[in-house]
Design a protein around this ligand. Structure first.
Ligand code: ZN
Length: 872
């Protein structure tokens, strides 16, 4: 993320008016600290501000009202009075406080900055708009007070409101203010707010980390930190909200952030309770009404949604934030179409509203409306060079413009051109098969083309998918009709099976379409993982000892609470377990009630039922009964792994030899980890007969175990060492049938197939390896040979063409074989080109010379030229 930010910090040509320039010049030339006219009675105001900070808004209002009534000229009292009244929704009072304040302190920029909001909430939009001009003239008339650190922060906020380049504001106002007064909390806040608005959470977090100690006592500090961590570290974000609410349980911003978290977690009732707390503070809080509208939408309650939106806009009808929040939250629930409509409404109210522009841009790209999306990204970046998201997106667009587009059967696939040459047709074939199988199975006709983008670089995948680089651990993401995936090139030495990934993602496209994007995440992921196994058992996520203990322990979630497993996982392992358990839940539902019931549940969701409303009706039992039956089903599965074995780990040093492990096993004869450790040690000690015996025991104890040092892999090693080719093959085949991502297994099988000239098996194993890594020459070479031997000339030609791109070990041979295949299939011109390439690599390659002669000899006789000879 840092990288993007640094790249983004381009100095942008600044277009400012003459008067603004003048202010900058004055600001940068003034020295010394200006003593504010507002010398304050710190003790009193400090106490009153503390009351505000901890949420005693009425007390803060009372204290400040008394001071103001007594004729105070102190700016902080006036500000506090207005802020306390605004916090409680006392908008008319806030307006008269403002007018009162401005009469006494007409030059106060802080009051004027606050005035915009106060005017808006009192239906006085024209005055709100005029405020910026007033500030401009105040600063121009008397610029010197604003050279103080406090003044620079205020001027910075003013310039941002005027749409001046954020980078320049940061450099000339905020950074200088922090340098002059590192203990100025406001300056830290201003930088953090700016960074968050520009999608630069790393800068926000690092700035807040340097804030003075006193900030810890301020709920707003923790709230800003919570926002900075909201995407990358949700646990930390929640912790900061806790801190904020500990200081001030009535801190509206923090309560609303928690509402957003709860909506994310599908804990809608909890979100509703939190909103009640906000309404108790301010019945007219527009953001709270926006969230209320979201809850109504998610409950398919359009009247409620409409009414909540109307309430949100009642005080300030042009407030663009209300629609923006509704749309943003709906998009986070994959309702991109509805979300984008709300962003459009927001932009109708204020066409310059940045958050709505950015969200709409992402929505459009996720909806596959790319032309509009990219255009918007360009215009955002043009207007705001510091917007990290827009910057990343415009860079991404440039990268994608170099991709090749493949079209077939309702798919539009974009790939790096070299990758498209190597496995583009395989991607299309896989997707076409997925479409046929899954669309028929779930009774879905997908509208429009499905866009699939495969990225060779993780960073591009992350920007396309999440808007920002980072987000490790995702292989693919589906937004409905747009699928993004990481190519094997971005996954290091042992990539995952890309066919399984695309199958999984396409299944999301089908189920999201069927349910009109109204699925809880567990159901969506559960079906996709389940369907991987249905298509190919080797794509299954197998039971592991860890999953076994989680299913039997406290990490197991009843079916009716599976959402929480997904949406608030304690760790990466818990998230993986959520996928596993969700797939198990689908297996249970299909076993219990059949596929038509599952289809019916998706239809219910599409027509506005929640999952926990649909399940009892479709299965004819209460949620409690369902939970109980699923628990029994899952526990039985777990107990079925290595029954009778124990899971105690040997407490032995890594150097312990087989004798020591055997001695330990005498006291723990049923320990599966002990038995596995012994097998591994015996293999390391090359004690083949004993190793074989223990491996057989291991396999008998837990035949489904496919993790590290599984029985089949160990047995294959022993057989290889003892030259038992039949035994080795049989062990590897057993593993290959159950583990579709096991690259080393397929590589070895290919070697064995080639050694035994077993062309059918070679053909099968080469294809299985290409489903893992089509970017290395081995499987293409194997497939080419096998296909040639099996008379599948077209397949051989494709494989030789791919090999010609990749093969650096024997290019002469590859080009020669490709030439031979081209000649055989009637492409003499291309064949000649390839044979010449072969001879370029190896000028004395006899077979190539022979082929060249044949190709020349077979040339059709040349037509004599009719053109008369022209003499010079
Ligand atoms: Zn998924």
């Amino acid at each position: 993320m840092n990288e993007a930010r640094v790249e983004c910090q381009i100095f942008k040509c600044l277009l400012i008016t003459h008067s603004e320039r003048l202010i900058f010049i004055i600001l940068t030339s003034l020295f010394g600290i200006f003593v504010l006219a507002n010398s304050t009675r710190a003790a009193d105001i400090g106490e009153a501000e503390k009351a505000f900070r901890v949420g005693r808004y009425d007390e803060a209002t009372r204290l400040s009202t008394e001071e103001v009534r007594n004729g105070s000229w102190i700016e902080r009292w006036h500000l506090l009075k207005i802020r306390s009244e605004m916090a409680q929704g006392l908008y008319p009072s806030a307006l008269s406080s403002l007018e009162d304040g401005l009469r006494r302190l007409p030059g106060s920029i802080a009051l004027l900055l606050l005035a915009r909001e106060v005017y808006h909430f009192n239906g006085r939009g024209a005055e709100a708009d005029a405020v910026l001009e007033t500030i401009q003239s105040r600063i121009q008339a008397s610029p010197s007070p604003y050279a103080t650190p406090e003044g620079r922060v205020q001027v910075g906020r003013f310039y941002l409101a005027r749409g001046i380049d954020a980078r320049r504001v940061l450099d000339l106002c905020y950074d200088v203010a922090v340098k002059q007064r590192p203990d100025l909390i406001e300056a830290n806040y201003a930088i953090a707010e700016l960074a968050l608005e520009k999608q630069d959470p790393a800068l926000a977090a690092s700035t807040l980390a340097k804030a003075p100690q006193a900030a810890m006592e301020d709920p707003y500090y923790h709230y800003l930190l919570a926002r900075a961590f909201v995407d990358d570290d949700r646990t930390r974000s929640e912790k900061e909200v806790d801190e904020a609410l500990k200081i001030n349980p009535r801190h509206t911003e923090s309560l609303l952030l928690r509402v957003a978290h709860r909506i994310d977690q599908e804990r809608y009732a909890d979100a509703g309770e939190l909103l009640k707390q906000v309404f108790a503070i301010n019945q007219q809080e527009p953001r709270a009404w926006a969230f209320q509208a979201v809850l109504a939408h998610l409950k398919s309650h359009p009247e409620g949604e409409l009414a909540a939106r109307k309430n949100g806009l009642s005080r300030w009808p042009e407030n663009p934030e209300v629609d923006h929040i509704i749309g943003r939250e709906l998009s986070s629930k994959y309702r991109f179409a509805e979300g984008s409509e709300y962003q459009k409404k927001s932009l109708e109210l204020d066409p310059t509203y940045g958050p709505a522009q950015v969200q709409l841009c992402q929505d459009l790209l996720r909806l596959g409306r790319e032309e509009e999306g990219w255009k918007l990204a360009d215009s955002i970046f043009e207007a705001d060079g510091y917007n990290v998201l827009a910057y990343n997106l415009t860079n991404l667009r440039d990268a994608i413009s170099g991709f090749r587009t493949l079209r077939q059967d309702g798919f539009l696939v974009r790939m790096d051109p070299r990758e498209a040459d190597l496995y583009g047709p395989r991607v299309l074939a896989l997707l076409t098969r997925a479409r046929k199988t899954l669309s028929e199975k779930y009774g879905v006709t997908l509208p429009g083309p499905v866009i699939v983008e495969i990225f060779p670089r993780k960073k591009e995948f992350a920007v396309r998918t999440f808007g920002l680089p980072g987000a490790e651990g995702f292989l693919g993401v589906c937004f409905g009709n747009v699928i993004t995936a990481n190519s094997p090139a971005s996954q290091g030495e042992n990539p995952s099976n890309w066919e399984a990934v695309l199958w999984h993602e396409f299944c999301h496209a089908v189920t999201l379409n069927k349910s009109k994007n109204k699925m809880p995440r567990w159901l969506s992921e559960g079906i996709s993982v389940y369907e991987e196994k249905q298509e190919n058992p080797a794509w299954d996520s197998p039971m592991t000892p860890r999953y076994r203990s989680m299913l039997l322990g406290e990490d197991f979630k009843p079916l009716s609470q599976l959402s929480s497993a997904f949406l608030a996982p304690k760790s990466g392992m818990h998230l993986q377990f959520a996928y596993f358990e969700s797939a198990l839940a689908i297996e249970f539902l299909v076993a219990k009630a059949g596929l038509p019931t599952l289809r019916g549940i998706l239809d219910d969701l599409g027509s506005a039922f929640t999952i926990n409303e649909s399940l009892p009706g479709r299965l004819g039992m209460t949620l409690d009964q369902l939970d109980a039956e699923f628990t029994t089903f899952a526990r039985k599965k777990a107990e079925g792994m290595a029954p009778g074995m124990t899971w105690d780990e040997p407490d032995l040093p890594p150097t312990a030899d087989s004798k020591a492990i055997e001695a330990w096993l005498e006291a723990h004869p049923k320990s599966f980890p002990g038995l596995r450790k012994l097998a591994v040690k015996l293999v390391a000690e090359a004690d083949w007969p004993r190793a074989k015996t223990v491996i057989e025991k291991l396999r008998a104890a837990a035949p489904e175990y496919l993790g590290e040092d599984n029985a089949d892999w160990l047995l294959a090693t022993v057989c290889r060492k003892t030259s038992d080719a039949v035994g080795e093959r049989s062990a590897l085949e057993a593993l290959a049938d159950r583990e579709g991502s096991a690259g080393p297994v397929f590589t070895r099988l290919i070697e064995l197939d080639q050694a035994s000239n077993d062309w059918k098996r070679l053909d099968r194993d080469a294809r299985r390896m290409l489903a893992i890594n089509p970017l290395i020459p081995g499987p293409h070479r194997a497939l080419a040979r096998a296909a040639e031997q099996l008379g599948q000339d077209a397949e051989a030609l494709t494989a030789y063409k791919a090999l010609a791109i990749l093969d650096e070990s024997d290019p002469a041979d590859t080009h020669y074989r490709l030439a031979r295949m081209l000649a055989k299939l009637g492409h003499p011109v291309e064949a000649r080109r390839e044979v010449l390439k072969s001879l370029e690599e190896a000028p004395r390659f006899l077979e190539a010379h022979k082929l060249l002669l044949e190709l020349i000899g077979s040339d059709p006789p040349r037509t004599p030229t009719l053109r008369p000879e022209v003499k010079p």
